[in-house]
Design a binder for this molecule. Structure first.
Ligand code: IPD
Ligand code: CA
Ligand code: CA
Length: 280
């Protein structure tokens, strides 16, 4: 993969930052005031006027700065932009919609750039805590413009991890329940943040030591992968092999606990839960 020039990455980082802040303003505006919450097909997969408004804000800024230069893959409006471009923006205007609708304050705008499928740039903005995470290959990773680095935790037993459960969890034995139980046993704890973008950003800045999840889309993870790598961490497939972003399954850590987490995930057998009868 040819890494883009640093001068181009810097310019695109600035455009993505402007887009993320504009979308963040939309999310702040609708916070606690939603009038429409719809399901997108799968039970629990929600979309609101905040998701749509934030995405429109991102598109408007990117269109102004980079008219038809790159491809675009955005959660709510799908594919667009230049279909022949080797660079693709992966955009999640609101990662953590379920949290957002409940006013549980963990959500973010996530804007990543893929070069021939490899994440090379990421901006993640949490509009509730005003945390702005930015990274691009060779330019470092920052939180609110200050350099960040992954944690120094060396042992799995001393680690704090995070994971998530995809919307298809009731339909597949590949539901992450067994992994959650085993890794809860082996660590100081496993959080379920509800925003893959924030989960990855927190690994990048050392608030968390590791993250694994499946069933994700490129817009959930493209920006966060760039952040973790640029902050000194490691991101691979569960078995430690090269990550395919489109697979939606990844292991991201501070590097020190990577092989033990990979080994642990490789040993776990699925756990299927029968649905319980609820009293009527
Ligand atoms: C979801 C969040 C969540 C993850 C889900 C994603 P959305 O994104 O990132 O943490 O577990 O798989 O779909 O739907 O809030 O944009
Ligand atoms: Ca998402
Ligand atoms: Ca979303």
């Amino acid at each position: 993969m040819a890494i883009p020039l640093q001068s181009d990455l810097q310019r695109w980082l600035d455009s993505a930052t402007e887009a993320a802040l504009a979308a963040g303003a939309v999310l702040q505006h609708h916070w606690g005031n939603l009038t429409s919450i719809d399901e997108k097909g799968r039970s629990g997969d929600l979309v609101t006027e905040a998701d749509r408004g934030a995405e429109a804000a991102v598109m408007a800024v990117l269109q102004r700065h980079l008219p038809n230069e790159h491809g675009i893959l955005a959660e709510e409006s799908g594919a667009g932009g230049n279909p022949n471009a080797t660079l693709l923006w992966a955009i999640d205007p609101l990662d953590g919609t379920t949290n957002y609708t409940h006013q549980y304050p963990f959500c973010a705008v996530s804007i990543g750039l893929l070069a021939e499928g490899e994440p090379v740039l990421g901006v993640i903005y949490d509009p509730i805590h005003h945390d702005l995470f930015r990274a691009a290959t060779g330019l470092g990773a920052t939180l609110n413009r200050r350099p960040i680095h992954v944690s120094a935790t060396k042992q799995l037993a001393q680690s704090l991890l995070v994971t998530g459960f995809a919307y298809d969890r009731r339909e597949t034995p590949d539901n992450n329940y067994a992994e959650f139980c085993h890794l809860t046993h082996l660590t100081q704890g496993v959080r379920r943040g509800g925003s893959a973008a924030i989960d990855l950003a927190y690994v990048a800045c050392g608030r968390l030591d590791g993250y694994w999840e499946r069933g994700l889309s490129p817009w959930d993870i493209a920006a966060g992968i760039a952040l973790v790598r640029e902050a000194g961490g490691q991101v691979t497939a569960y078995d430690g092999s090269t990550l395919e972003v489109m697979s939606g399954r990844l292991l991201a850590t501070n590097g020190h606990i990577h092989s033990v987490m990979s080994h642990t995930l490789g040993q776990i057998k699925p756990l299927t839960l029968p649905l319980l009868d609820l009293p009527t």
